[in-house]
Design a binder for this molecule. Structure first.
Ligand SMILES: Nc1ncnc2c1ncn2[C@@H]1O[C@H](COP(=O)(O)OP(=O)(O)OP(=O)(O)O)[C@@H](O)[C@H]1O
Ligand SMILES: [Mg+2]
Length: 259
């Protein structure tokens, strides 16, 4: 269980990036954080990962408070960030030094197979496409078997087809050990394809505007009526989160420009 208790963050320049965010995410649950640019999504992930200290409030994973980067919490960024001087297999095995070599190799090979990269272990990161590199980065974060994995718009640099296929790969990896996933996305379709719950954030300061349960069975049919309906509900909340509290004649136009 991941528990965020009244988290807030004011940066040194006085920017109040997050107000008062409290959230409980069950073990194995997939939560999508969605909201306009600058509403504090990346800040929230950095606080959860321990990369950034909150101004107030706490983060705890299975009862353990997170003060600094911790092996229980993995993070994947928008760009793959593989180390160019290591092969794909070495990149992925990097955090597994404590394991005997045969077990480390077996874990890396099994994970590569799951994401359609069998045989890519000896390659260099520069030899991979953007989608392949991001798959390798997700594998790297998951082979260490974190309790929670945080993903900050991991597929946003990829084309729509590659994105859909990587979403499926992510689900296949998640299914192996069912870590808790917290995924930041701008993409309503991605939130509905992956998440058990979508959390819509509101800016200035960043706080929770709405929570929407997405109770669709997996594998999800992107063409189904229920999928379209779930998208509509999330999009409506997203629009609401961007409309000023005192609607003016320009309110609609602002709502449409959320990205
Ligand atoms: N290191 C920092 N110092 C000062 N202000 C910051 C810092 N990092 C972020 N901010 C500000 O805090 C607010 C939230 O930023 P954050 O990056 O968390 O937003 P975001 O929701 O991830 O946006 P995007 O969707 O564009 O990635 C923004 O107003 C941003 O300018
Ligand atoms: Mg961000």
């Amino acid at each position: 269980m991941l528990i965020l208790d009244r988290l807030s963050k004011t940066y040194a320049n006085g920017m109040r990036a997050l107000g008062d965010v409290s959230l409980e995410v069950a073990t194995g649950e997939i939560v999508a954080l969605i909201g306009g640019s600058g509403c504090g999504k990346t800040t929230l992930l950095r606080l959860i990962s321990g990369l950034e200290a909150p101004s107030s409030g706490t983060v705890a994973v299975d009862g353990e408070t997170i003060f600094a980067p911790h092996p229980a919490v993995g993070i994947v960024f928008q760009e793959p960030r593989l180390l160019p001087w290591l092969t794909v297999a070495q990149n992925i095995g990097f955090g597994l030094d404590h394991l005997p070599k045969n077990e480390r190799d077996a874990r890396v090979d099994e994970a590569l197979l799951r994401v359609g990269l069998a045989g890519y272990g000896p390659r260099w990161p520069r030899e991979l496409s953007g989608g392949q590199a991001q798959r390798a980065a997700i594998v790297r974060a998951l082979v260490a078997r974190p309790k929670a994995l945080l993903l900050d718009e991991p597929f946003s640099a990829l084309d729509a087809l590659t994105r859909a296929s990587l979403q499926d790969h992510l689900l296949a990896l998640w299914d192996a050990h069912r870590p808790t996933l917290v995924l930041v996305t701008h993409d309503v379709e991605e939130a509905v394809a992956l998440a058990d719950r979508a959390i819509v954030l509101q800016p200035k300061p960043g706080r929770i505007f709405a929570e929407i349960a997405i109770d669709l069975p997996r594998p999800r049919d992107r063409l189904s009526h229920d999928f379209a309906e779930a998208k509509r509900v999330v999009l409506a909340e997203l629009d609401g989160s961007l409309t000023p509290p005192h609607p003016s004649k320009t309110g609609k136009a602002q709502a449409a420009g959320w990205w």
